[in-house]
Design a protein around this ligand. Sequence first.
Ligand SMILES: NC(=O)c1ccc[n+]([C@@H]2O[C@H](COP(=O)([O-])OP(=O)(O)OC[C@H]3O[C@@H](n4cnc5c(N)ncnc54)[C@H](OP(=O)(O)O)[C@@H]3O)[C@@H](O)[C@H]2O)c1
Length: 284
Amino acid sequence: MTAVSVLGTGLMGSAMARHMAGQGLDVRAWNRTADKALALRPDGVHPAASVEEAVRGADAVITMVPTGDVVASLAARFLPAMPAEAVWLQMSTVGGAWTDRLLRLAADAGRRMLDAPVSGSSQPAEQGELVLIVSGASQVLERARPVLDVLGSHVAHVGTAGEASRVKVIVNSWMTASVVAMADTMLACEQLDLDPVHVLRVLEDGPLGMPYALQKAGEIRARAYPAGFPLSLALKDLGLLAEERDRPSRLSDTVREMVRRAVEAGHGREDVAAVAELLRRELL
Ligand SMILES: NC(=O)c1ccc[n+]([C@@H]2O[C@H](COP(=O)([O-])OP(=O)(O)OC[C@H]3O[C@@H](n4cnc5c(N)ncnc54)[C@H](OP(=O)(O)O)[C@@H]3O)[C@@H](O)[C@H]2O)c1
């Protein structure tokens, strides 16, 4: 049986751990706040008391924590303890620069890391329908395949080093911009006293009907934003892309500024569609 360690059982890590255990993998989990890992026991996930204990005997180690500095601090502890033949799947969204540093940490410790951020939120994670963006050597990817195939509906192999993290932050920038555009569209309907259904039907009936943005239109109309992808994470990821661009992008900077203001207004834990509340205050 494939043994997988999950380090970080927040929104994403817990959903992934539950799904993998349900699919018959031997899953061990460690979390800084131990209660969250313990809560996964009824789902067949074995909680570990330490990072070192979690990775001992693992075939694959998944890191799923917020930022590159947190991943690096965990790596200093788990790299020496994980088996030399195991694969580290770095799935947190940390951007390209941090990924380059983490790849060096793995190489210096004689361990193999795949840059493997995921596209999709907690619901696809729960259902094994994430899109996995992966860069690294093909033979390492094939070694990790039994885990990747359980977690995702699609594996996109995009390069041999840190390309996947760069693809991920660009994809997230596009996604966030599309949600901001949908929020603006819904509020334009209100300003012009039009039923938004007319606009949404035209989108749905042609090639412009992006399912994700249409789903966000529903949340914006209901003014309810359960966290799928929280605004605070969207802000982090827009910052990671901005750091790597050699010149600033006016569109990205505008989107980032709106997201930053929505977070400051207290919407950070809500879904990215909650940016509509900021626009509402400005426009109506
Ligand atoms: N949510 C999404 O839709 C989504 C989708 C794709 C990718 N991602 C990426 O996946 C990663 C995790 O996201 P998430 O939504 O699962 O975040 P989350 O729910 O906030 O969970 C964060 C996890 O990291 C742990 N953590 C935070 N600071 C730590 C520290 N200093 N040391 C050790 N552990 C620490 C937390 O532990 P505690 O429980 O102790 O706080 C928790 O387990 C992020 O990089 C995010 O950008 C998220």
